[in-house]
Write a protein that binds this ligand. Structure first.
Ligand code: SAH
Length: 463
């Protein structure tokens, strides 16, 4: 490391900014986040800086002298004039200050990092000038990871520290703070439930330990999205990072699993097609058992957990066992497939219905009647339909939908193996014959299309 990150004490100290234009104003904006007093060394100040002086937030010193810099915790030199900057740098050094000269790394004792500000939580990112764009990307990633009001929770923790030290035995303190920052307190706070979060923390302090220690687990049914890991929601990532144990299945991409905490236990509960080593009742039983041990359980499901994912059974099992359970929604396969096609699922004036349907029923039950769902002006998004294509085509044609009805299919949407096809209903079996699971089939019924049954089931007998 050529430079070393440190947090400088700013409260009650003086920061000098030399310069009165936009460059100086940028540094002033940065320093206004701190509790430092600002001293602006310049004859003329642009309006924003003049406003700071008028409001008493900064003082102005017109004449640049060594004394003007004396005692400063930090000096920024930002006049926009190279020769003037060099002269001011010499004065600041003569006053013994730590100096940053804008755009002059050779004259800098200190450089400002990219900052993610969740005051009092502050993340500083630097690349020593090697890769500023990478630095900004990292900043964006961290911005997404840390909820906007996280600082409020850290400040609450700070206010409660001494109370916790008095009320919670040392052996339990670490677990208590883990629970606060990785569990339901943080989740409630992030949702805007500041009061609820404070109450949960105070209750735990009164009990002398985190609820997890008393065996209270938690289950989150988390939507993993269609595959691409950047299509997870921020909340899903948070739950993955909080989980003690993660139950996942076949369609969840390994890249998504990498977002979990390193030491989280990962348990595969997938069904390789046809095999039933993990029947639903067994999945329900193991997630409940894990939560009963006080673990934070994530049941990761592809797409959105509430769509064709048997979430209802898992919710019922959790309710019956009295275990708190929540759903974290996800991007469903149909949304990802439409995005891949670059086409909306609804279109003003043309498509006013969106039907999400499965083409497969459980064993022993009649297959869903796709023709009965079809109607003019509807987009039908079919899940689990790949093996049903001949039947779907035959049923729709028999119901009188035109051969030219538009069909689109996307397999493995959002993944590297993605495949797209476009065809018409009449040609669907042939065009989609090679399509691999998992896939979404869209059938778009034109608004002006009329279904004319080819084999009428009803005979109208006139009286
Ligand atoms: N809960 C999931 C659906 C689970 S059912 C969701 O909301 O997306 C499984 C079906 O989802 C598959 O048979 C397929 O039809 C669809 N599917 C899941 N992932 C997919 C993907 N990446 N691309 C296309 N279809 C997908």
């Amino acid at each position: 490391m050529k430079t070393f990150p440190m947090f400088l004490q700013m409260a009650g100290r003086c920061v000098v900014i030399a310069g009165g234009g936009e460059q100086a104003a940028q540094k002033a904006r940065l320093m206004l986040k701190t509790e430092a007093r600002l001293r602006l060394v310049a004859y003329d100040l642009e309006p924003e800086l003049a406003g700071l002086v008028a409001s008493g937030r900064a003082e102005q010193v017109r004449e640049a002298t060594v004394e003007a810099f004396a005692g400063a915790a930090l000096v920024f030199i930002a006049t926009g004039d190279a020769a003037r900057d060099t002269a001011l740098h010499a004065m600041a050094k003569a006053a013994g200050c730590l100096v940053n000269v804008v755009d002059r790394p050779d004259l800098c004792d200190a450089v400002t990092p990219s900052i993610v500000d969740r005051d009092p939580v502050v993340v500083a990112i630097g690349t020593e000038g090697n890769a500023p764009v990478l630095g900004r990307q990292i900043k964006t990633q961290i911005e997404q990871l840390l909820e906007p009001n996280l600082g409020g929770l850290a400040a609450l923790a700070g206010r409660m520290r001494s109370t916790v030290a008095g009320a919670v035995p040392q052996a339990q303190r670490r677990a208590l703070w883990d629970w606060v920052f990785a569990g339901p307190v943080r989740a409630a706070h992030a949702r805007g439930g500041e009061r609820e979060a404070a109450r949960m923390l105070k209750d735990a302090i009164a009990r002398g330990q985190a609820p997890g220690e008393t065996g209270q687990g938690h289950i989150a049914l988390v939507g993993a999205g269609p595959g691409a890991r950047d299509l997870l929601t921020l909340r899903a990532v948070q739950r993955l990072q909080q989980a003690d144990v993660i139950f996942y299945d076949r369609l969840v991409d390994p890249a998504v699993m990498e977002l979990a905490r390193r030491d989280a236990q990962r348990i595969y509960v997938g069904k390789t097609l046809g095999a039933h080593e993990w029947p639903q009742e067994r999945i329900d039983a193991v997630i409940i058992a894990a939560a009963r041990q006080g673990q934070r359980v994530v049941r990761l499901k592809s797409g959105d957990p509430s769509l064709f994912g048997r979430a209802e059974e898992e919710l019922r099992a959790a309710h019956a066992a009295g275990i708190p359970v929540e759903i974290i929604p996800g991007v469903t396969a149909a949304s990802a497939a439409a995005a891949s096609l670059g086409r909306a699922m609804t279109e003003r004036g043309a498509t006013d219905h969106l039907i999400l349907a499965t083409a497969t029923a459980r064993d022993g039950v009649a297959a869903p009647d796709i023709a009965a769902m079809a109607r003019p002006g509807a987009t039908l998004a079919l899940y689990m339909a790949v093996r049903q294509l001949p039947r779907i085509r035959a049923d729709l044609l028999a119901a009188g939908w035109p051969e030219t009805t538009e069909v689109e299919a996307v397999a493995s949407a959002s993944s590297a193996q993605e495949v797209q096809c476009r065809c018409i209903l009449g040609d669907m079996d042939r065009a989609l014959a090679g399509l691999a699971n998992p896939a979404i089939i869209f059938v778009r019924f034109a608004k002006d299309a009329v279904a004319v049954p080819q084999t009428p089931h009803l005979q109208v007998v006139s009286a």
